[in-house]
Design a binder for this molecule. Sequence first.
Ligand code: FE2
Ligand code: FE2
Ligand code: FE2
Length: 168
Amino acid sequence: MGEMTKEFLHEAFAGESMAHMKYLIYAEVAEKKGFENLARMFEAIAYAEFVHAKNHAKNLGLVKEVADNIDKCIEGENFEVDEMYPVYKATAEMQNEKKAKTGFHYALEAEKIHEKMYKKAKEHAEKEEDMDIGEIYICPVCGYTHYKGELPDNCPVCGVKSERFKKF
Ligand code: FE2
Ligand code: FE2
Ligand code: FE2
């Protein structure tokens, strides 16, 4: 592939991915105000951006078989846990950016769990079988991810009541 096309595919994938996220966040804002149609419009366009991002990702060769995809996930989560978020968190701390530090801390704690989940998932994917995972709960405030054992009353990371968790 031509170097220029490859670089543009990377940029387009990043841009569409960010637009997708931004629109979903904006949909939530509109929904909280009770603007259901606006929220739906944001969600619909977000889905179109997801489709664009997916096409670019495929053209970049980023989409493979399940087990290979999980390898990429382990790699990404591990980088966030071991290098990225510890450095980001320490920097925010030094610069006294409290909200940024909290956000980095929330992400760091959840990514540790994600890495574990993907490592478990890999064992199943290698055997060409589905995973025996039950209900998964996500904290809407910090992203804490719960997938085994009793659900706690409060989020162990941010303290919010677990009745607000989103179930998957
Ligand atoms: Fe797009
Ligand atoms: Fe993650
Ligand atoms: Fe939380």
